[in-house]
Design a protein around this ligand. Structure first.
Ligand code: FEO
Length: 169
C-alpha cells in the first residue's frame, strides 16, 4: 500500500489537475467570447487532457489500495487582457504543474516507492510536451502580433485539434 504522505500529495495533485481543467475551460470561454472558436476548441481539448490526468492519478491511488479524495477547487481566472495573455498564463501554470510533479517524484524516490516513480515518469514526459506546446503557440502569437488574417489562420488550425486519450496514455 502507498504511504500516507505520498497519497496525500497525489490527492493534492488530483486537485491541481481539476483546477487546470477548469482554468482551460475558462480560457476556452474567453476565446469563444472573442469569436475565436478554434482557440476555444484548443482550450476545450486541453481541459479534457487535464481531466484525463486527474483520472489517471485517481485510478492509480485506488489501484494501490489507497483512498482517493476530491477537495474544493478554487475559481480560475476568467478574464484575460488578450489571447496572448491567456497563453502566457497557461504556460506559467504548466511550469507550476511541472514543479509539483518534480516534487512528487522527489517524494516517491525518497520513500523508495518504485511503482509510484514509474507511474510519475509519464507525467514528467507529459509536462515536457505541455510546456513545449504552450511555448510554441506563444512564439506564433508573438509573431502574429496585430495581423488579424494570420490570427484567423491559426484559429482555423487549432479548430482541428482533437483529444485521443490512447495517444496520450
Ligand atoms: Fe496536467 Fe497540463 O498538466
Amino acid at each position: 500500500m502507498i504511504r500516507e504522505n505520498l497519497m496525500a500529495e497525489l490527492n493534492e495533485q488530483i486537485k491541481f489537475e481539476i483546477f487546470s481543467e477548469n482554468l482551460y475551460l475558462a480560457m476556452a470561454a474567453y476565446c469563444a467570447d472573442q469569436d475565436l472558436d478554434g482557440f476555444a476548441n484548443f482550450f476545450k481539448i486541453q481541459a479534457e487532457e487535464e481531466k484525463f490526468h486527474a483520472m489517471k492519478i485517481f485510478d492509480y491511488i485506488i489501484e494501490r489500495d489507497g483512498r482517493a479524495r476530491i477537495s474544493a477547487i478554487d475559481e480560475p481566472q476568467n478574464d484575460f487582457a488578450s489571447i496572448l495573455d491567456a497563453f502566457q498564463k497557461a504556460y506559467e501554470h504548466e511550469q507550476f504543474v511541472t514543479k509539483r510533479i518534480d516534487t512528487l517524484m522527489d517524494l516517491a524516490i525518497e520513500e523508495r516507492d518504485h511503482a509510484t516513480v514509474s507511474f510519475l515518469k509519464w507525467f514528467v514526459d507529459e509536462q515536457v510536451e505541455e510546456e513545449s506546446l504552450f511555448r510554441g503557440l506563444i512564439a506564433k502569437l508573438e509573431r502574429i502580433g496585430e495581423n488579424s488574417a494570420a490570427l484567423h489562420m491559426l484559429d482555423a488550425e487549432l479548430a482541428q485539434r482533437t483529444f485521443t486519450p490512447e495517444d496520450d496514455a
